[in-house]
Design a protein around this ligand. Structure first.
Ligand code: PRP
Length: 180
């Protein structure tokens, strides 16, 4: 793993290595393969942060998923979550009767994905599950904790592997934590 990364005014230290991320994704994919054997779930990727995790996750699946992307915007500053969420880029497929798997990079308060799950439930899918690479249980205040979790982490701000600080750092192969 590389050393300290500087993005704008902040410094970040190595936290979860590329190797550890990839190993864990294989394990999470195995759980999904087992649970959805013979099924064709609709996997909905929440942009932007989840793009990299989703790409690696689906390459480890042996089922036949469909893949769609949505965008949910949260208001608030760049380093904390806000309760208000707004669906920006909507779903383009019929979800009625489908097995839905939402793919997130991180669940903190749970408000962002909770808002979307509430909306999707109105469309009568057969099932909805949530897979998130990262989960901050200390910060969670929502109704839908992830069903599949890559790593449970403490509250500190993280960047890399899809996650940004002020829209930068998404390209990093590893995950970094804000240096205190
Ligand atoms: C991040 C992340 C989740 C959400 C988690 O998205 O991808 O969607 O915040 O926070 P919460 O559980 O407290 O709601 P963000 O709004 O930063 O957009 P991005 O994916 O484009 O970076």
């Amino acid at each position: 793993m590389e050393g300290i990364v500087k993005i704008k005014d902040k410094e970040f230290v190595p936290y979860i290595s590329e190797i550890d991320i990839q190993k864990r994704i294989v394990e999470v994919a195995a759980e999904v393969n087992r649970d959805y054997h013979g099924k064709s779930p609709l996997m909905i990727v929440v942009l932007n942060g989840a793009f990299m995790f989703a790409a690696d996750l689906v390459r480890n699946l042996h089922i036949e998923p469909e893949i769609q992307f949505i965008r949910i915007s949260t208001y608030g500053n760049s380093m904390s979550s806000s309760k208000d969420a707004q669906l920006l880029l909507g779903l383009e497929v019929d979800v009625e009767g489908r097995d839905i798997i939402l793919i997130e990079d991180i669940v903190e308060t749970g408000y962002t994905v909770g808002y979307f799950i509430d909306e999707v439930q109105k469309l009568a899918p057969s099932s909805i599950k949530l897979v998130s690479l990262l989960y901050k249980p200390e910060k969670f205040k929502g109704s839908y904790p992830p069903d599949y979790i890559g790593f449970e982490i403490p509250g500190a701000f993280v960047v890399g592997y899809g996650l940004d600080y002020a829209q930068q750092g998404r390209e990093l192969r590893s995950i970094y934590q804000l240096k205190e």
